[in-house]
Design a protein around this ligand. Structure first.
Ligand code: ZN
Length: 148
């Protein structure tokens, strides 16, 4: 195992152990629940949008280490982005998680690139991103097993 993948693994372990923004937002402008029935991950994503800019993101729920770490990284990555940018970032993250390609400027989120080697974990990693996309798009609930 290279030092690089050790580092990525460390980021995931750290975000699982100490998830960032693991809380509710009292009256969020946007909210959605994400559910991955294959693993049992269930996360609530809270998003505060002022104007069109995301000013706060938080999550609660229960899930495996990968879904929790992914949600934690998400909450840090999206503050300061616009609602429209969420779609672009979602696509880049999903591509990276499914292919392992890290050609986008995704910051710490590249820690999730290694997930592509574990196909059964891909839905866990993408779940919070599905949920945040549903939230800013005005949908209430999203399941990894639903067609999009
Ligand atoms: Zn999971």
């Amino acid at each position: 195992m290279s030092d690089l993948s050790d580092l990525y693994q460390e980021v995931i372990l750290d975000h699982n152990k100490r998830p960032r923004n693991f809380r509710a937002i009292a009256s969020p402008s946007h909210h959605a629940e994400g559910y991955n029935p294959l693993c049992g991950d269930r996360l609530n994503l809270y998003v505060q949008v002022d104007g069109n800019v995301i000013t706060d993101v938080a999550f609660q729920g229960s899930g495996c280490a990968i879904s929790k770490a992914s949600a934690s990284l998400l909450t840090e990555a999206l503050v300061g982005k616009t609602r429209w940018e969420v779609q672009t970032i979602f696509k880049a993250v999903r591509d990276m998680i499914t292919t392992g390609r890290m050609d986008s400027d995704l910051g710490k989120i590249v820690a999730l690139a290694g997930v592509h080697k574990f196909p059964e974990r891909i839905k866990c990693a993408v779940l919070p991103w599905h949920a945040v996309l549903a939230a800013v798009g005005g949908a209430g609930t999203v399941s990894t097993e639903a067609k999009d």
